[in-house]
Design a protein around this ligand. Structure first.
Ligand code: SF4
Length: 382
C-alpha cells in the first residue's frame, strides 16, 4: 500500500494478511452495545477468511453483552478500557493496565484488528498488542503511530457508516465483505424468556419502547416518550417499556407519563432477552442508541428519535424499515454528551413519534429472515 499524497510516508503500511494461517485473532471494539452490533458484518467476513482461527472480541462490559448473540465469536475479553473512559469516570489505573496486558498476552493471539469510530484512537490498545507479542496489528488512523501497527490504514471519510468503516479495514488486508447487513442470533433460552414476558399479550402485536441511551444528548425526554406510548396504546398497540438495570427510573418515568394500562414496564433482563423481545415486537421505538441497532439486526421496524449528535449516515439502520425523527439544526453533528442548548434537534412532537411507529407497525414488510443478498447498496470504499 503506497502512502497517499499528503499522508505521512509511513502511512498505508502493510498488505494482505494470510488469515487462513491465523490461529488466534483479537478484534477490538471497546465502546457501546450498538457499536458492537455494527461490527457483525466485519466478523462475518473475518470468520469466512479465517475459518480455523479462534476469534475473540475485546469489548466494554456493556458491549460484551452482545457477544453471546454473535456466532462468529469464540470468546470475549471484557474490560473498561482506559482509552475509552470519559472525564469523571474514575481515571486510569496502572494495575488494571498491567492486568489487561497479561490477559491479552495469555490469549496467544497472532492477529490484532482494531475497529474504531473516526474519533477514537487505535494506538493505546495496539501498543498493548505489541507488548503482548501479537505479530500482526491492523489499525485505521490518520495519526502517525510509528511501528506500533504493522498495518496502518488511512480510514475512509469521517461520515462513513460504521459497518462500511469496519469492512474498509478488512478490505485493506485482503478480506472481502460477505454482506453489509448486521445480524444477531438470539439464543433459544432468551426467546423463551421473552415469550414468557409477553405471554399476557397472547399473539397481539405490540411495540417495544427502549428510552435509554448512553448519554443525555441522545435521549428523547421520558415524558414525551410516555405521551407517544399512550397514543400507541390508545390506537390499540400495547407498549412494553424496557431498559437496563440502571435505567429503571427512566423506564418508570415513561410508564408513569403514559398513564395507560397497556403501557407497562419490563423488568431488567439480559440483553439477549431484550433483543428477543424486540424481535417479537411489531415495531421498536428508540433513540439513536443500542436499541436501534438491535432492532436493525433482528429486522424489526424501528421509529427513532434521532438526536443531532451524529449524522444519520454514520449509524442509520439499513436492514429494516426505519423512520429517523429529528429536527435539522445548525449545531449538528455536535458529538456532545449533554446538549449545551435546548435540545432543539429532538424537539419532535410525541404524536409524530407515535404516528411513525404506527405506520411502521402497520405497513412495514419487514422479514425476520436474513437476506439472501446484501440489502445495502452502499459500495465498499477500499
Ligand atoms: S441541539 Fe445541537 S448541540 Fe444540542 S444535542 Fe442537538 S445537535 Fe447537539
Amino acid at each position: 500500500m503506497p502512502a497517499r499524497p499528503g499522508r505521512h510516508p509511513g502511512a498505508d503500511r502493510g498488505g494482505p494478511v494470510d488469515l487462513d494461517r491465523a490461529r488466534r485473532i483479537l478484534v477490538v471494539r471497546a465502546d457501546n452495545i450498538g457499536d458492537v452490533v455494527t461490527t457483525t458484518p466485519a466478523l462475518r467476513a473475518l470468520r469466512a477468511a479465517a475459518p480455523h482461527a479462534g476469534i475473540d472480541l475485546l469489548a466494554s462490559p456493556a458491549g460484551a453483552q452482545v457477544a453471546p448473540m454473535i456466532p462468529e465469536l469464540d470468546g470475549t475479553l471484557a474490560t473498561s478500557a482506559s482509552w475509552q473512559q470519559l472525564p469523571g469516570a474514575g481515571g486510569a489505573d496502572a494495575g488494571a493496565e498491567h492486568a489487561l496486558l497479561e490477559r491479552i498476552g495469555a490469549g496467544g493471539y497472532d492477529v490484532l484488528l482494531v475497529l474504531t469510530s473516526f474519533s477514537q484512537s487505535p494506538w493505546p490498545v495496539t501498543h498493548l498488542g505489541l507488548l503482548a507479542g501479537i505479530g500482526t496489528r491492523v489499525v485505521h488512523s490518520r495519526e502517525f503511530g510509528g511501528a506500533v501497527a504493522t498495518h496502518w490504514v488511512t480510514p475512509p471519510p469521517d461520515g462513513t457508516h460504521q459497518v462500511d468503516r469496519a469492512l474498509h479495514l478488512l478490505a485493506a488486508i485482503g478480506v472481502p465483505d460477505r454482506g453489509r447487513w448486521t445480524a444477531l442470533t438470539v439464543p433459544a433460552d432468551a426467546r423463551h424468556r421473552a415469550a414468557d414476558l409477553a405471554a399476557d399479550l397472547a399473539d397481539r402485536p405490540f411495540a417495544l419502547l427502549a428510552p435509554g441511551a448512553s448519554c443525555s444528548a441522545r435521549r428523547y425526554p421520558a415524558e414525551r416518550f410516555g405521551a407517544a406510548a399512550a397514543q400507541l396504546a390508545r390506537a390499540g398497540l400495547p407498549v412494553l417499556v424496557t431498559g437496563a438495570e440502571k435505567e429503571a427510573e427512566l423506564v418508570a418515568r415513561v410508564v408513569a407519563a403514559a398513564a395507560h394500562p397497556d403501557v407497562r414496564p419490563v423488568p431488567p433482563v439480559p440483553l439477549a432477552v431484550c433483543t428477543a423481545l424486540i424481535d417479537r415486537a411489531a415495531v421498536a421505538v428508540t433513540n439513536n442508541s443500542g436499541g436501534m441497532h438491535l432492532a436493525d439486526a433482528v429486522r424489526t421496524p424501528v421509529a427513532v428519535a434521532y438526536a443531532g449528535t451524529e449524522t444519520p449516515d454514520e449509524l442509520r439502520p439499513r436492514s429494516t424499515a426505519a423512520a429517523l425523527l429529528g429536527r435539522a439544526v445548525p449545531c449538528s453533528p455536535c458529538r456532545q454528551l449533554r446538549c449545551p442548548y435546548g435540545h432543539e434537534c429532538l424537539d419532535v412532537p410525541p404524536g409524530t413519534v407515535a404516528a411513525a411507529a404506527l405506520d411502521l407497525a402497520r405497513h412495514a414488510t419487514a422479514t425476520h429472515d436474513l437476506p439472501e443478498e446484501d440489502p445495502c447498496a452502499v459500495p465498499a470504499t477500499p
